[in-house]
Design a protein around this ligand. Sequence first.
Ligand SMILES: NC(=O)c1ccc[n+]([C@@H]2O[C@H](COP(=O)([O-])OP(=O)(O)OC[C@H]3O[C@@H](n4cnc5c(N)ncnc54)[C@H](O)[C@@H]3O)[C@@H](O)[C@H]2O)c1
Length: 309
Amino acid sequence: MANENTALVTGGAGFIGSHLVDELLNSGRKVIVVDDLSSGQLKNINSNCIFMHGDITSDALDSIFEKEKPSLVFHLAAQSSVAISSNKPLLDASTNILGTLKILENCNEHGVKKLIYSSTGGAIYGEPPELPVDESTAPRPISNYGVSKFQGEQFIELYHKLHNVNYCILRYANVYGPRQDGNGEAGVIPIFATLIQDGKQPTIFGTGEQKRDFISVHDVVRANMLAISNGKNSTYNIGSSVMYSVNQIYELIKDHYGFTKEALTGAPRAGDVFEISLDYAKAKRELEWEPEIDFENGLQETLQYIQTH
Ligand SMILES: NC(=O)c1ccc[n+]([C@@H]2O[C@H](COP(=O)([O-])OP(=O)(O)OC[C@H]3O[C@@H](n4cnc5c(N)ncnc54)[C@H](O)[C@@H]3O)[C@@H](O)[C@H]2O)c1
């Protein structure tokens, strides 16, 4: 029997996972974090959770499920960088595909009530024919990272069909907010801000006219919390539908710091989509979720955090 009040968060030392851990603890749950600290940081981990330092692909994961018997699993641990996935496809596949399978095996064996999976709307659709893209559009990822996250989704759907493992898949747009570092899927804001703060010129890859849908980490955490009760065995886009170009982001951050230099330019990066924005109507209808944080306010919160940490 699963422990009703226990939630396990993989990747709980990371950017999004650590905010989710804080909220789950606030809701009165016992929270177990499994993280190998490959991109996460000890300082992000809430001292009220139980932290297990380990790799989700290792057999140590089985003993954690056996001992704690969580009823909810939030699976965020991932190799989360498009750039790293291009250079290290085997590492990416190992964590994102085999790691997800290992989680699924444990969910099935230990009677987990629901698996909530952090997927990517930013990288899974590739270059869709229409924007904002909705969930009925077939994923056509153009990066190893996008393929590996999609494979994770497919295994989750299969385990539901074959073994009745309940799930909710959340496909995020580009997530931003406090605690983000520049290495993840959408690190443009901390990368630009940190360099500008040090008086250095950031590099814009390509024309800078590539556009992204930005969503605050606080909105993303709220989607995860709503998924506990409202999420069906289904997939939801979690984004704002509003796009900002990299050049616009640069201007906003430049203005914030009163920085006057132009950015350096670099070649476009393989695997980066040119434009993406997500239609969140399904999440609004079924999860009762919609974005609440306006981008320019969320950006100011993020820049203030970067300046004080
Ligand atoms: N940040 C975004 O814009 C964004 C967008 C879409 C989807 N996502 C997804 O959200 C999730 C969290 O992303 P994030 O931005 O917080 O990234 P992050 O890199 O900050 O968090 C990932 C965490 O997983 C841990 N981890 C990596 N490999 C592991 C392994 N083998 N075993 C145990 N722990 C491991 C890392 O140490 C890190 O703490 C990921 O699944 C990512 O694919 C993020």
